[in-house]
Design a binder for this molecule. Structure first.
Ligand SMILES: Nc1nc2c(c(=O)[nH]1)N[C@H]1C(S)=C(S)[C@@H](COP(=O)(O)OP(=O)(O)OC[C@H]3O[C@@H](n4cnc5c(N)ncnc54)[C@H](O)[C@@H]3O)O[C@H]1N2
Ligand code: MOO
Length: 418
């Protein structure tokens, strides 16, 4: 099994910029998952492990795009009506069984193979029928309403690239190319923990000083959205030996360990020491807000992701750091989520040399485009800010003061959370 390779994230005093961390991750992480053949219907969200080539033309035959009459364009008058005898009929799934001859019109339906000969199809609404004669208005273009063989897919062409996360349309495309099963990477097996003496499982009583564990449920959703298989290992107390032992056991049967909490600087934060006891901490603390104390490392050979405990920091670091990391380990090609330009309708001050995400809602602008309004409570513990926002305005390291009207990068939640 491969893993994040050695010492790439060695941490010094300086906080590492996000871009540096992401390129180190991209350079040093390799696909962890073997491939397996799965029935096509089970492949939604899986990552394709090999190129998919279609051996034949799609559609395999020239066919009609409408219900109407297949004709030879050369038979049609350019400036007056044309009368042609209707001498055959071809429905979808059948064939005329012979070539058509100039001077005849063939009754045809959408998707039915065009008989050899005719090059144009008249839509029936543009024709009149008198007995067995069709009367055709002038002005139709040669080739109208006919679909060429191979106009969707040419025989021998690649229809899906390896690393594609399979969407509904990709499954359809694979089926159109005649596949019943696909070679995909098996899902990453994730061990998931929360840490903190204050945490309680929803459904149990809250004592003074305790809160419900929300991060584990957020992370279950985020990880499932990426197609991972998750073992929910519950809540660990703030006790070094317990954390260390749990990580050691989890590393035996998982590809990646994901935790939240306990990565900051207090003496109750044991996660980093436990990882260092069992492996290495490659990176700790990025020049970002929220989520600065994120930790990446390995437990034995198993990649370790330690997310900060604050619920917003969990989501922001997951979307911006962990998502690209896990997608890369799963063999995905596109690991970077697209940002879209929107107009900021708010002021914001921030420190230089730190990347910052502001939770915002979008509203349509009268002249097109979108305006982003800042959610009023931006604390890293305000999970409702994620619930009530549409996404994250991303402010780069150089920004110190944002003026209303500035065009900014926006990461919609819909882009990263299917
Ligand atoms: N002296 C300093 N204190 C803190 C710093 C710092 O640099 N110096 N960094 C702050 C930042 S930024 C963050 S983020 C947090 C991260 O700390 P930890 O990763 O050690 O997280 P905890 O202390 O365990 O928890 C922080 C906060 O989040 C709540 N939490 C934790 N887990 C869950 C969960 N599963 N569900 C819901 N809420 C959870 C926890 O109760 C705390 O309120 O550290 C700052 N401190
Ligand atoms: O980075 Mo922490 O997430 O600001 O609270």
């Amino acid at each position: 099994m491969a893993q994040l390779s050695d010492d790439c994230f060695a941490h010094g005093g300086r906080l590492m910029p996000l871009a540096e961390a992401l390129s180190a991750i991209a350079e040093r992480s390799v696909v962890l998952c073997d491939s397996e053949v799965q029935p096509l219907a089970d492949c939604l969200g899986r990552i394709l492990a090999e190129p998919l080539v279609c051996a034949f033309d799609v559609p395999p035959h020239a066919n009609s795009a409408v219900d109407g009459y297949a004709v030879f364009h050369a038979d049609l008058s350019a400036d007056r009506e044309t009368r042609l005898p209707v001498t055959g009929r071809v429905a979808a799934g059948t064939s005329l069984g012979r070539a058509a001859k100039p001077g005849e019109a063939i009754r045809i339906f959408t998707g039915a193979p065009l008989p050899e000969g005719p090059d144009t199809v008249m839509m029936q609404e543009d024709c009149r029928l008198e007995g067995d004669t069709v009367i055709i208005a002038p002005g139709i273009k040669k080739g109208a309403n006919s679909r060429r063989a191979g106009e969707d897919i040419k025989a021998g062409s690649q229809v899906l690239v390896p690393g594609q996360r399979l969407r509904a349309q990709d499954l359809g495309q694979a089926a159109a190319a005649g596949n019943t099963a696909l070679k995909v990477y098996r899902p990453l097996r994730i061990a998931l923990f929360s840490t903190g003496n204050e945490l309680r499982q929803p459904g149990t009583a809250l004592e003074p000083g305790s809160i419900y564990d929300s991060n584990r449920f957020t992370l279950l959703g985020l990880l499932k959205g990426l197609g991972c298989t998750i073992t929910d290992l519950g809540i660990l107390p703030d006790r070094h030996a317990v954390i260390r032992d749990a990580l050691e056991v989890a590393a035996k049967s998982h590809d990646v360990i994901v935790t939240s909490g306990g990565v900051s600087v207090g003496e109750e934060d044991h996660m980093k020491q436990a990882v260092e006891d069992l492996g290495k901490l490659h990176l700790w603390r990025l020049a970002i807000k929220p989520g600065r104390p994120i930790a990446l490392g390995q437990v034995g050979v198993v990649p370790f992701v330690g997310l900060p405990g604050n619920p917003v920091a969990v989501m922001v670091t997951f979307l911006n750091v962990v998502r690209p990391l896990l997608l890369g380990l799963m063999g995905a090609r596109d690991v970077t989520a697209r940002r879209f330009k929107v107009r900021a309708d708010f002021t914001h001050k921030k420190k230089v040399d730190r990347r910052e995400w502001v939770r915002a809602t979008l509203s349509p602008l009268p002249d097109g485009g979108w305006a982003a309004s800042k959610f009023p409570r931006q604390g890293a513990g305000i999970l409702s800010s994620m619930v009530e926002s549409d996404g994250l305005v991303e402010l780069g390291e150089d920004v110190t003061e944002l003026a209303p009207g500035t065009m900014v990068d926006f990461l919609p939640f819909s882009e990263v959370m299917p």
